[in-house]
Ligand binder design. Structure first.
Ligand SMILES: CC(C)(COP(=O)(O)OP(=O)(O)OC[C@H]1O[C@@H](n2cnc3c(N)ncnc32)[C@H](O)[C@@H]1OP(=O)(O)O)[C@@H](O)C(=O)NCCC(=O)NCCS
Length: 175
């Protein structure tokens, strides 16, 4: 384990799920049952990561892998889908979400062979949109009424063919 500034990023474990669910409920209106998180951990655990500060989980990213028509690349491809990302309010603007996303993108590319990654984000969620744009995602289209409350989503995507994480945390993760 290596301390990276004030936090570390590592793979999620089953005993993290309670805290992950708590963060999800605190930070996002899109909440899921426990089995949904467990299913992602079982099936795509390399791309389900948490950030820890002083031994406490303060953020997570959860992804899945799908097979379908490429959005940014041609043909049928393996695609990463970022399902949920959140960082506790008191730990924001420290680069934690950036680190979580970079590690997730790296895992999607290197462990699962994904050619691209995509996600949905509320059109009003400027902090998240800025974060994703900084990470090279582009707005592909608007999905009308995507959310339960009727808000539209942007579909954002990025090719992983040109993605190389210039700074890897992986060797230092506690697996
Ligand atoms: C979006 C979220 C995950 C960002 O987490 P974070 O750890 O604060 O993000 P980072 O520190 O890595 O920020 C990276 C960049 O994103 C942008 N950003 C993040 N928060 C921002 C804000 N409140 N306002 C404007 N830009 C913001 C900035 O460009 C920032 O870079 P900077 O700090 O150098 O200016 C966090 O705000 C959150 O959990 N929000 C609630 C849940 C959510 O919206 N999840 C995404 C659903 S699609």
């Amino acid at each position: 384990m290596r301390l990276l500034a004030e936090f570390i990023v590592r793979r999620a474990r089953f005993d993290d799920l309670g805290k992950v669910i708590e963060i999800n409920r605190k930070c996002l209106p899109e909440n899921y049952p426990e089995w949904f998180f467990r299913d992602h951990l079982v099936n795509w655990g390399e791309a389900f990561l948490v950030a820890e500060v002083n031994g406490e989980v303060v953020g997570y990213v959860m992804c899945r892998v799908e097979f379908g028509l490429g959005i940014t690349v041609k043909g049928l491809v393996r695609r990463g889908h970022v399902i949920s990302l959140a960082v506790l309010p008191e730990h924001r603007r420290k680069g934690i979400a950036t680190a979580l996303m970079k590690e997730a993108l790296k895992a999607l590319k290197e462990k699962y062979g994904c050619k691209e990654v995509y996600l949905e984000v509320r059109v009003s969620n400027l902090p998240a949109i800025r974060l994703y744009e900084k990470l090279g995602f582009k707005r592909v289209k608007v999905i009308p009424m995507y959310y339960a409350d009727g808000e539209d989503a942007y579909l954002m995507a990025r090719s992983l063919e040109d993605f190389s994480s210039f700074r890897s945390f992986t060797h230092d993760l506690r697996l």
